[in-house]
Design a protein around this ligand. Structure first.
Ligand code: XIL
Length: 446
């Protein structure tokens, strides 16, 4: 918006100076260009958000439109089925990376990041593994081999892995699911999985991923206790993924609970990620339901952007043409952000608007918040000429005060090197405080 006003100003000045029509036309085109909305990934890059989608069979069948929209809109991908155990190790000791490697190559050539999904799960396993008559030691060795081979193959290419998926049971008695992993190895099988994963690729972020754990509820309590205990015992876990397969029209209390829930996991020092978002609509479906669905997407991305530990926001697909929903949830469909003709739905526009807002607010590395407070990358410069300001506060986006620097009402220019102050990169609010005035600004510190 400010760009447009700036250009309008140039137009005004030039008109006054008597410039001619061609210049006005060029300026008009420039105005159209700056105001044109950009793909999601353009804004997401500016706020360090991994915005991604799962990629399924349409990609491998070379559906061109699918590939075009995929690379235009997203900076991150995850395989829908192709990195699951049945697919990567169809026979004992025989690993087949051919199919997912096609997506990895595509992602690399389009400058996209890759999430890995999933190493240990009770579902989609090859039958030789699931039905084998293993001892604890044998199954641990197979687990180690599976994790090590796969993570080594993708070392340096996959930034984040779902090491374990859906290990807690549903309902009110939320315990470790009685999968063959647990039955044979015992309750400590997850500890081993994460240890093997850390050894295989020490740079990859290691996640526990699950569904119906978005809000504070008995299942998310169980996941919380599980990962907290892992942290307490120095098991190498870096984050928790929340699948987020939602039904449209969730109410406000749902979203405040999601926000609180993400916060409690983040407070454990873990990353949080939205890993498989889709918002399914009950049939019959009409346009008014699309508007409500847009609101659900809007709420979710807002929660993600506001949590400083959340920088991965993945959808489970992007076009209603290809989605797991109709075959898994009878009577529901249209859960994604593009329609069957790859036209953006209101949900797409909602994500775009929120991302654009977030990106434009913190676009520049160097800028004046006002003429007293300037930020240059990781340096804050305060011009306290009059000596009226008493201190500078730094808040995170949840409103928690992270730091205070006293200025002691001294006159002069203050420079605070955030690099030396242990401030990690991210989005913050800076607030310069005097008795009568507070100057605030949202900043991206890189
Ligand atoms: C689903 C895929 O989308 C389907 O194609 C497949 O038939 C079954 O799995 N949670 C997960 C994903 O962690 O792996 C699931 O993906 C969806 C639910």
């Amino acid at each position: 918006m400010q760009n447009i006003l700036g250009l309008l100003n140039i137009v005004r000045t030039n008109v006054i100076k008597g410039f001619h029509l061609p210049i006005l036309i060029v300026l008009f085109v420039m105005i159209m260009l700056v105001s044109a909305q950009e793909p999601l990934r353009k804004y997401a890059d500016q706020v360090n958000l991994n915005i991604g989608t799962t990629v399924g069979s349409a990609f491998y069948q070379n559906e061109q439109m699918y590939k075009d929209v995929l690379s235009r809109e997203f900076n991150t991908v995850v395989c829908e089925n192709e990195m699951k155990p049945y697919s990567l190790q169809p026979q004992q000791g025989v690993f087949d990376f051919t199919t997912p490697d096609k997506l990895v190559a595509f992602a690399e050539s389009n400058n996209m990041k890759i999430r890995g999904h999933t190493l240990i799960w009770h579902s989609q396993n090859p039958s030789w593994l699931e039905n084998g008559n293993w001892s604890r030691a044998e199954l641990l060795a197979l687990m180690k081999d599976h994790i090590t081979q796969i993570m080594s193959h993708y070392k340096g290419k996959i930034f984040e892995w779902d090491v374990a998926n859906e290990c807690i049971t549903d309902g009110n008695n939320n315990i470790l699911r009685d999968s063959f992993w647990r039955k044979i190895i015992g309750d400590d099988y997850l500890d081993s999985a994460f240890n093997y994963a850390r050894l295989a690729d020490p740079d990859a972020l290691l996640f526990y991923n699950d569904y119906s754990t978005e809000t504070i509820n008995s299942k998310s309590d169980a996941v919380f206790n599980l990962v907290k205990s892992m942290k307490d015992r120095n098991i190498p876990i870096d984050g928790v993924g929340f699948q987020c397969h939602l039904i449209y029209n969730m109410d406000n209390s749902f979203y405040s609970s999601v926000e609180e829930n993400f916060k409690r996991f983040a407070d454990l020092g873990l990353k949080v990620a939205v890993t498989e978002l889709d918002v399914r609509i009950e049939k019959p479906i009409d346009q008014s339901k699309y508007q409500i669905q847009a609101n659900d997407y809007r709420n979710m991305i807002q929660i993600a952007l506001e949590n400083e530990k959340c920088n991965t926001f993945m959808l489970w697909g992007f076009t209603d043409k290809h989605s797991w929903i109709p075959s898994f949830f009878q009577g529901f469909d249209d859960a994604l952000i593009f329609d069957r003709d790859y036209q953006p739905k209101p949900a797409y526009t909602a994500l775009q608007e929120i991302l654009e807002d977030a990106a434009t607010e913190i676009k520049a590395d160097t800028y004046n918040i006002n003429n007293r407070l300037m930020v240059n990358n990781l340096m804050v410069v305060i011009d306290n000429k009059s000596g009226m300001y008493s201190h500078l506060d730094l808040y995170n986006l949840n409103g928690r005060k992270c730091k205070t620097w006293p200025l002691l009402k001294k006159e002069g220019t203050f420079r605070i090197h955030l690099t030396n102050e242990n401030v990690s990169p991210g989005v913050y609010i800076l607030s310069l405080v005097s008795k009568t005035k507070i100057v605030t600004g949202k900043v991206l510190l890189r």
